[in-house]
Design a protein around this ligand. Structure first.
Ligand SMILES: Nc1ncnc2c1ncn2[C@@H]1O[C@H](COP(=O)(O)OP(=O)(O)OP(=O)(O)O)[C@@H](O)[C@H]1O
Ligand SMILES: [Mg+2]
Length: 269
């Protein structure tokens, strides 16, 4: 029996397990980007990652998504080592203008990631479902270049959702949109996460954004990166762009993170 007010949340299983992850770019410009990272992402969690510019966040996402083999360590998705891009994983990058095919319609861009074996009715229903989810009902026949930047990023998110991945990795996805659009896209992610039961690992430069969205924020050190802090965000949900950001716990957390990142940036090699 559970009593909502007193019971502790059941600890969900870890979907992604990262152990001793390290990466060195070899060659003429040899660079140790990631020192050693150990962390887990529980199923259904929203985990944000922040850290100084150039600390290895994108490198880490490349390693987690199987796009690049790390020099050291292991990455397990649902207990299986990641070797190549797993089917259960989707990526959304900052640069939506390069991630969508300009010669395909919105519907065509989404259909591209669906299995060829899927029948036409199901395909249409899936496209409809994800476009509804991102607030782009009726845009299936438009081309990406007919949409605003924020709308294009919504299409990229819809495409990522279309094949129902278990985990979504996002690399500064809202860095190129204006503040109002950014706030809307943040709330869209929270809504989509609830609707699709997604697990999300979200890299951002924006400290406020990292706290606003997440259940946990990981703060990385300067390159070669390690984890400086794992901070649980116990702010109530549903979150609200105004009320959440005024919450004293939010203000404390964002100040702590800002301090840590500033200290990292001031460390000289
Ligand atoms: N192909 C490469 N060869 C050599 N060094 C690289 C390569 N790609 C990235 N680096 C270096 O590795 C470090 C980490 O880069 P990465 O892009 O992962 O950082 P980041 O945290 O994502 O940065 P930003 O916050 O600017 O997006 C940087 O110093 C970068 O110059
Ligand atoms: Mg990056």
């Amino acid at each position: 029996m559970t009593t909502a007010a007193t019971s502790k949340p059941v600890k969900s299983k870890d979907l992604l397990v990262i152990e001793g992850l390290g990466h060195v770019y070899e060659g003429k410009n040899r660079h140790e980007a990631i020192g050693k990272l150990d962390f887990t992402v529980p199923e259904g969690a929203f985990v944000s990652i922040v850290g100084p510019s150039g600390c290895g966040k994108t490198t880490m996402l490349r390693c987690l998504s199987g796009l690049m083999k790390p020099t050291r360590g292991t990455v397990l998705l649902e207990g299986e080592p990641v070797d190549g891009v797993p089917r259960d994983l989707a990526l959304v990058f900052q640069d939506y203008s390069r991630s969508l095919f300009p010669w395909r319609t919105v519907g065509g861009n989404i259909a591209f990631v669906l299995p060829r074996s899927m029948d036409k009715t199901e395909r249409q229903a899936r496209i409809q479902e994800v476009l509804d989810a991102v607030g782009l009902t009726g845009s299936a026949d438009k081309y990406p270049w007919q949409l605003s930047g924020g709308m294009q990023q919504r299409v990229a998110i819809a495409r990522a959702l279309a094949y129902r991945p278990k985990i979504l990795l996002m690399d500064e996805p809202f860095a190129s949109v204006d503040a109002q659009t950014r706030a809307e896209l943040e709330d869209l992610m929270l809504q989509v996460r609830d609707q699709f039961g997604m697990t999300i690992l979200f890299v951002t430069h924006d400290i406020d954004e990292s706290v606003y969205l997440a259940d946990q924020v990981l703060v990385l050190s300067k390159s070669p990166s390690t984890i400086v802090a794992k901070l649980d965000v116990d702010l109530p949900r549903p979150r609200d762009q105004v009320a959440t950001r005024e919450d004293p716990d939010f203000v404390h957390l964002r100040s702590d993170i800002a301090r840590m990142i500033r200290e990292q940036s001031q460390i000289r090699k």
